[in-house]
Design a protein around this ligand. Structure first.
Ligand code: PLP
Length: 390
């Protein structure tokens, strides 16, 4: 009898062929415009944090996402760290976030001086479960005149950071309802969801602030980079100021009016970003076509499901994701070994953050669903170019 692993492998080979070299999980792609704009930046000598491509990248990002303002920064982690500060998070506060996310989400919370408070995810969105979050807060927190307080730790719960996992939008309506009831701001970690929409509106534009990443593995890349998006003019101004050493503009004087960061995105990287942004519509169409093909070939295989975009959303399908219907770490790892041995680079989801040594003692809700997802999710090769071979 054919093993489950071989059955899956057969379907992958049927779809993508039998590879003779590694089929990457996700590969960036550059064309003539990337080369031209990077060369133009070099020729101009404006390679650092001042230059026309930073401004152009910011205005095109705002246009694409529908956010009023976009502030380009050094990377997605820095974007989140600054966004948390601008959302009012202070040293000693707690911030709610999923345990099922990339470690950067929790690192940003920590660098903002706060303590991660992990909450559970749901199967249909792979993101924070709003219902479970509401129930958790009803039991562990109380509303006081100083805001929401964790009864067990005595700390203020200052914000929530939902994350749109692999591009699939979270249940924003549910989360906004919980956030509204408890009076806490939402900062959306939209690092993975550029080009994803919830009820027709771009992810990252529902919270007080949203953050994006343009790391090398994301849907578009600037080498390294990120952005803060917001509709609030004052928040945008402050984001720019805080990421630019809080220097007060003057023709020659160095005067800085608060402790700040050098988190600017260099013009060289922004030039790459402008060109990549122009290719984004094509990448989105190709990822969608690839996802549909995966969904089709996996449909006939017992025991697995393809992670389809949640109802009412349009996902960028950044990383194609399959899920074992019965969570089983050993089975997951056998599949990973089979796929990777056959040169289909595949990865499990992140080790849950509350299991990492530095976050093991953080406050947390029941994380039952996240635990099940950890034992059942596998990301499949997702480069846009794969759609061109179908
Ligand atoms: C990539 C990513 C980040 C961080 O972005 P960097 O640009 O790598 O700092 C944050 N959160 C999530 C969920 C990510 O996937």
């Amino acid at each position: 009898m054919q093993s489950f692993e071989n059955a899956l492998l057969g379907r992958m080979q049927g779809l993508l062929g039998v590879p003779d070299k590694l089929v990457a999980l996700h590969e960036p792609e550059f064309g003539a415009e990337e080369h031209a704009l990077v060369k133009d930046t070099l020729d101009s000598t404006f390679v650092s944090s001042v230059g026309k491509y930073v401004d152009q990248f910011e205005s095109e990002l705002a246009l694409f996402t529908g956010a009023r303002y976009a502030v380009a920064v050094a990377n997605g982690t820095a974007a989140l760290q600054v966004a948390l500060k601008l959302a009012g998070v202070q040293a000693g506060d707690e911030v709610l976030l999923p345990s099922l996310t990339f470690v950067a989400s929790a690192n940003a919370v920590t660098h903002a001086g706060a303590v991660p408070h992990f909450v559970d995810s749901e199967v249909c969105t792979l993101g924070v479960d709003a219902l479970a979050l509401g129930e958790h807060l009803a039991s562990v927190a109380e509303l006081t005149s100083q805001g929401l307080r964790n009864k067990a730790t005595g700390r203020r719960i200052a914000a929530m950071v939902p994350m749109h996992a692999y591009g699939h939008p979270v249940d924003l309506a549910g989360l906004m309802d919980v956030a509204g009831r408890y009076g806490i701001p939402i900062v959306e970690d939209a690092a993975e969801s550029l080009g994803s929409y919830y009820q027709g509106r771009h992810t990252g534009t529902f919270g007080k602030l949203g953050t994006l990443s343009f790391n090398g593995n994301k849907i578009i890349t600037t080498g390294g980079g990120g952005a803060i998006i917001t509709d609030d003019a004052e928040v945008a101004r402050h984001a720019k100021h805080l990421t630019t050493t809080a220097k007060v503009a003057h023709r020659w004087e160095f005067f800085h009016d608060e402790v700040a960061w050098n988190f600017r995105l260099p013009n060289l990287n922004a030039a790459l970003g402008v060109a990549q942004l122009h290719r984004l519509p094509q990448f989105l169409e190709e990822k969608r076509r690839l996802a549909a093909a995966y969904e089709r070939v996996l449909a006939g295989l017992d025991g697995v499901a393809f992670a389809h975009e949640p109802e009412g959303t349009r996902s960028n399908y950044w990383l194609a994701t399959m899920r074992l219907l019965t969570p089983d770490l050993a089975q997951r790892d056998r599949l990973l070994a089979t796929l990777n041995d056959a040169k289909f680079q595949s990865r499990p989801t992140w080790t849950l953050l509350h299991k990492l040594p530095m976050y093991a003692a953080c406050p947390r809700a029941s994380l039952q669903v996240a635990e099940a997802l950890e034992a059942s999710l596998i990301n499949l090769p997702s480069s846009p170019k794969l759609a061109r071979t179908l």
